[in-house]
Write a protein that binds this ligand. Sequence first.
Ligand SMILES: [Zn+2]
Length: 118
Amino acid sequence: MKKFIIYLFHVLVVFIMMSFANAAEINPELSAKLVEFETASKCSFTKTSGVRTVEHNKKVGGASKSYHLTGDAYDLVPKCDTSLKKLGKIAAKIFNGVIVYKKHIHVDVRVEVFHKGF
Ligand SMILES: [Zn+2]
C-alpha cells in the first residue's frame, strides 16, 4: 500500500512537471499576436488547444507536423457572437496560419501564409 502511494505521488509529480514544461513552450510571438487579435476583433477566446504532446496530438487526430507540437498554435473558440468566418478574416491580418473550422479557429505563427476555411 505504501509503495502504491509513493508510486501515485511520483506520477503526480511527473504530471505537474510536464504541465509546467508545456506551458513554458508556448511561442511568445503567438501570445502577443493573440492579444493583438483580441483587440482587433473586440472578442475574447477560450483556448481549447495549445501545446500538445506527440501522444495527445495523435489522439486528437492532429497533423504529424502540427504547429501545436512546437507551441506555435492555438485553437480558439470565441466568447462573442461574431461569426467564425468574419473572425477568420480579422485573424488573417495578424497570423500567417489561419484555419476556420466549424466550431473553432486554428491560428499559428508559421513562416509561409496559409489561410483556409473563410
Ligand atoms: Zn489547431
